[in-house]
Design a protein around this ligand. Structure first.
Ligand SMILES: [Cu+2]
Length: 331
């Protein structure tokens, strides 16, 4: 490390250097307008802190950037990424990072063993476009992930992604607490429940209700919306669905190909998907894991609130409710 601020694509042409703009969920950094590769510097700090898991319930989360999921990272295919990882001084344990976007040993994990109060650095070239999960891979790996150590890194294809009106960052995770769902106070991690794959909470964006009320996602009728959806696990596979919408396109598994006209898409633990749809009509559209007890009993529920004029030719709302004469029959 010599503190040099120019990268090198070839001997003749140094890459432009830029600092990655990171965002906290549900926000996503703006699309990349560059037409060529750059050296992108990513600074990410790992923070252990008590935060809300549900109403009256807190948890000692381990995080990338102070949020669950961690900061969203957006780069371009062909970029050279100089990754700086810090572990805050008040952390209790060492952490590292395995980015699924990395081609190299451990996805960076081996290069980033980082003690509290220390920082590490490595560099990788983003060879493959796609939407990738990153996570901590320190032993016990399952526990670090269960505590919230995951996030998404988007590697835009060279030609970029088609423009949309709204982009949001949503990531599912399952949590394992000593107390039952709703048991108040600071809840310790339950290794036994995690090993048995019996989550106490299944949530979007790190807490029950993170994407409801003030936290609801918003759009206007007619907007084209792209959701970057990840699943940190550590255990569950998500059957991701938005009630009252149909995904026009799903870039399944976060890859380069898309399926059209999808109702529910599977998002593996340690995987992701990009889903796109147009919000034709106003209303509250509910994001769920369609393994539906997780939604109504464990917390996996978010809201996309769409404003705009009703379009009765697409959806009328209720047109009638009342008794019908028994004599009318049914067929
Ligand atoms: Cu960790």
């Amino acid at each position: 490390m010599n503190g040099c601020t120019t990268g090198k694509a070839t001997a003749e042409a140094p890459l432009p250097v830029e600092q990655a703009q990171l965002t906290a969920p549900p926000l996503v950094p703006p699309p990349i307008s560059r037409k060529g590769p750059a050296k992108v510097v990513v600074d990410l700090e790992m923070v252990e802190q008590e935060m809300r898991l549900s109403d009256g319930v807190t948890y000692e989360f381990w995080t990338f950037g102070g949020t669950v999921p961690g900061s969203f990272i957006r780069i371009r295919e062909g970029d050279t990424v100089e990754f700086h990882l810090k572990n805050r001084h008040d952390s209790h344990v060492a952490h590292n990072i395995d980015l699924h976007a990395v081609t190299g040993t451990g996805g960076g994990a081996e290069a980033t063993f980082t003690l509290p109060g220390h920082k590490t650095q490595f560099t990788f070239q983003a060879l493959n476009p796609g939407l990738y999960v990153y996570h901590c891979a320190m032993a016990p790996v399952g526990m670090h992930i269960a505590n919230g150590m995951y996030g998404l890194i988007l590697v835009e294809p060279e030609e970029g992604l088609p423009p949309v009106d709204r982009e949001y960052y949503v990531m599912q995770g399952d949590f394992y607490t000593e107390g039952d769902h709703g048991a108040p106070g600071l809840q310790p991690f339950s290794l036994e429940k995690a090993v048995d794959e019996h989550p106490t909470y299944v949530v979007f964006n790190g807490s029950e209700g993170a994407l409801t009320g003030e936290g609801a996602l918003t759009a206007n009728a007619g907007d084209k919306v792209r959701l970057f959806v990840g699943n940190g696990g550590p255990n569950l596979v998500s059957s991701f669905h938005v009630i009252g919408e149909i995904f026009d396109r799903v870039f399944y598994e976060g890859g380069s190909k898309y399926q059209e006209n999808v109702q529910t898409t599977l998002i593996p633990a340690g995987g992701a998907a990009m889903v796109e749809f147009t919000t034709e009509v106003p209303g509250n559209f509910i994001l769920v894991d369609h393994s539906i007890f997780r939604t109504f009993n464990k917390g996996a529920l978010g809201i996309l609130s769409v404003d705009g004029e009703m379009k009765p030719e697409i959806y009328t709302g209720q047109q009638f409710s009342g008794e019908y004469p028994e004599a009318e029959g049914g067929r």
